[in-house]
Ligand binder design. Structure first.
Ligand code: APR
Length: 262
């Protein structure tokens, strides 16, 4: 039996399984509504770079102010367009991993479930997740930078940024850049799930970017369980009920494969 306030820690190195406390299985077994909040870490084992991991993270190699803000796009739309085209190709070349697939199984297993993702890579959907909201958009979609309409088909000369056939404005990736608002429907659904769920799994996020990073505290304040799955410490680690210190591609299959009535 764990005492709230001192998160139960189970640490091993990244590739190996963690010891999952029996009462977490029981809590999952009793849960009517389970929600999961994911970040870039869940796609790391598929070969998709995270943002803030030292050396390998995108923001360790690229300046977000020059690539992921409305100002950057206004200053140099071609550079921003090409960078997202490059990321789109890399994401298209990889496959969902065991962590993504375990969440599909979890969605099937619990009566009410919602997957709240910060990821724009679409790997959850490719794994088969259906009960899902995208807080930061999706890199596979493109929209008019003036009207906001999603554009299904576009073409452009090699050295040009494609333009909206309706108004002539540049097209841009349908992702949320810094300084921009999240899609309201997704944020409302995410906050509702955080307030109503019995268990919130927080997977592969550094918990530094708001409003997503604020969701676990909505759950915690209601007395429901918050579980962090991350090989590294985050600002959230000392404020959750369980910390499973391992890679999501290892820990999540463990969590969903075991009978919860152990
Ligand atoms: N399994 C689980 N977690 C992992 C793994 C793994 N195999 N590998 C790395 N992680 C963890 C890291 O320890 C880190 O805490 O994933 C986290 C990734 O953090 P970030 O790179 O900051 O990504 P994220 O939290 O999703 O970023 C939030 O910031 O840049 C913006 O819009 C972008 O959606 C993104 C948001």
């Amino acid at each position: 039996m764990h005492v709230r306030g001192l998160p139960a820690r189970c640490s091993m190195n990244q590739a190996t399984a963690v010891v999952i406390p029996r009462d977490l299985y029981h809590a999952l077994h009793r849960a009517r509504f389970v929600a999961a909040l994911t970040g870039a870490g869940i796609s790391a084992e598929s070969g998709v770079a995270t943002f803030r991991d030292a050396q390998t993270g995108l923001w360790a190699r690229f300046d977000p102010r020059e690539l992921a803000t409305p100002g950057a796009f206004a200053r140099n739309p071609k550079r921003v367009w090409d960078w997202y085209a490059w990321r789109r190709e890399r994401v298209a070349a990889v496959e969902p991993n065991a962590g993504h697939r375990a969440l599909v199984e979890l969605e099937r297993r619990v009566s009410e479930f919602l997957l709240i993702t910060q990821n724009v890579d679409g790997l959850h959907q490719r794994a088969g997740s259906r009960k899902l909201v995208e807080l930061h958009g999706n890199i596979a979609r493109v929209k008019c930078s003036r009207e906001g309409t999603i554009i299904e088909h576009w073409s452009a000369e090699e050295d040009e940024v494609p333009r909206c056939a309706n108004c002539g404005a540049f097209l841009r990736p349908d992702v949320v850049w810094f300084e921009e608002m999240l899609p309201e429907h997704a944020l409302v659904a995410a906050e509702d799930a955080a307030r109503r769920c019995d268990v919130l799994l927080v997977i592969g996020t550094s918990a530094e970017v708001y409003p997503a990073a604020g969701l676990p505290m909505l759950t915690h304040r209601r007395g429901a369980l918050v579980v962090e799955i991350n090989p590294n410490e985050t600002p959230l680690s000392s404020r959750v009920d369980y910390v499973l210190r391992g890679a999501s591609g290892v820990v999540l299959p463990q969590l969903v494969s075991a009978p919860w009535t152990l």
